[in-house]
Design a protein around this ligand. Structure first.
Ligand SMILES: NC(=O)C1=CN([C@@H]2O[C@H](COP(=O)(O)OP(=O)(O)OC[C@H]3O[C@@H](n4cnc5c(N)ncnc54)[C@H](O)[C@@H]3O)[C@@H](O)[C@H]2O)C=CC1
Ligand SMILES: O=C([O-])CC(=O)C(=O)O
Length: 328
């Protein structure tokens, strides 16, 4: 018997990430090739944006996806989130050349207070929320704090793009396939302060750290390359990452919903105090997923260099939180 459709809300649905994301959700790449979906799409109440959204929906229709069980266009968040099982909060202003993520904080924070409240009022009580819009960690924190009736662990931020970028850099450095790399993780904020950590990573059971054995490369090449990749893409394309961001969002939700078979992935999730991170800070951690739940990998040793990196990215997150406390 075929499965009952689930409801997937996507905000910023007519934007560039939306365009790279919706077709893959509708084709079953996110929730499985046997899972019908109903897309609940939100755009700003602006004639041009709503018209563009209609155009995207016409194209979705023209794909005749067998798993696409329904589609709705909305300009009101509460209506878009009605009974939704999954919410991908993409809609926000993206960064332009020369802008840092902190510049986006003020512009985007209000969107996430409003959307957190709307989720609180109308979404499924089991909704899984992924915040993509930047600054993603703090926006997810704002949405979580604005939705007191929903479980806090239902709110997550996207660090999967950083994780995937780190995987590709390590594959290139070691000359091994991406798929052979296990136990990589990224700590902290989705920003240049993130700490991509390959100390525990293995390839065919062998230690990646021993294989690379080059602290200067880690500090001076690897971490800046991964951390500043978003800016490098903006510099090259004149626009921020879109297809790779959509791909990371698919990876994040798929793994959360369908599980990781014991493998580590990185998710930004509210801390319960793990690794000394204050409660509720939306922090990138290594996690495993099973049965629709994620679990932070605990008990990893943190050396002095790593602690310094974690302290730095935490300090940035705390200052972002401080900058939005008047909204909460
Ligand atoms: N976490 C991550 O790894 C990444 C995050 N991003 C972020 O994702 C966000 C979206 O990027 P793009 O799709 O490239 O931007 P875009 O500008 O192409 O699209 C954003 C869309 O969101 C809509 N929007 C704005 N406010 C909205 C609201 N309150 N409700 C519903 N829709 C709204 C806009 O009308 C626009 O169509 C940006 O904040 C960007 O910085 C981008 C890449 C990676
Ligand atoms: O850098 C940006 O503004 C977009 C983004 O988050 C990324 O590509 O990592």
């Amino acid at each position: 018997m075929s499965k009952k459709p689930v409801r997937v809300a996507v905000t910023g649905a007519a934007g560039q990430i939306g365009y790279a994301l919706l077709f893959r959700i509708a084709s079953g790449e996110m929730l499985g090739k046997d899972q019908p979906v109903i897309l609940q799409l939100l755009e700003i109440p602006d004639e041009k944006a709503q018209k563009a959204l209609k155009g995207v929906m016409m194209e979705l229709e023209d794909c005749a996806f067998p798993l696409l069980a329904g589609m709705e266009a909305h300009s009101d968040a509460k209506a878009a989130f009605k009974d939704t099982d999954y919410a991908l909060l993409v809609g926000a202003r993206p960064r332009g050349p020369g802008m840092e993520r902190a510049d986006l904080l003020a512009a985007n924070a209000q969107i996430f207070t409003a959307q957190g409240k709307a989720l609180n009022e109308s979404a499924s009580r089991n909704v899984k929320v992924l915040v993509v819009g930047n600054p993603a960690n703090t926006n997810a924190y704002i949405a979580m704090k604005s939705a007191p009736d929903l479980p806090r662990e239902n709110f997550t931020a996207m660090l999967r793009l950083d994780h995937n970028r780190a995987l590709s850099q390590i594959a290139a450095k070691t000359g091994k396939p991406v798929a052979s790399i296990k136990k990589l993780c990224v700590w902290g904020n989705h920003s240049p302060t993130m700490y991509a950590d390959y100390r525990f990573a293995t390839i065919d059971g062998a230690s990646v750290k021993d294989m690379i054995n080059d602290h200067a490369w880690n500090k001076d090449v690897f971490l800046p390359t991964v951390g500043k990749r978003g800016a490098a893409i903006i510099e090259a394309r004149g626009l921020s990452s879109a297809a790779s961001a959509a791909n990371a969002a698919i990876d994040h939700m798929r793994d959360w919903a369908l599980g990781t078979n014991g493998e580590w992935v990185t998710m930004g999730v509210p801390s319960n105090g793990e690794y000394g991170i204050p409660k509720d800070v939306m922090f990138g951690y290594p996690v495993t997923c099973e049965g629709g739940k994620y679990k932070i990998v605990e008990g990893l040793p943190i050396d002095e260099f790593s602690q310094g990196c974690i302290d730095k990215t935490l300090a940035e997150l705390l200052s972002e939180q401080d900058g939005v406390k008047h909204l909460l």
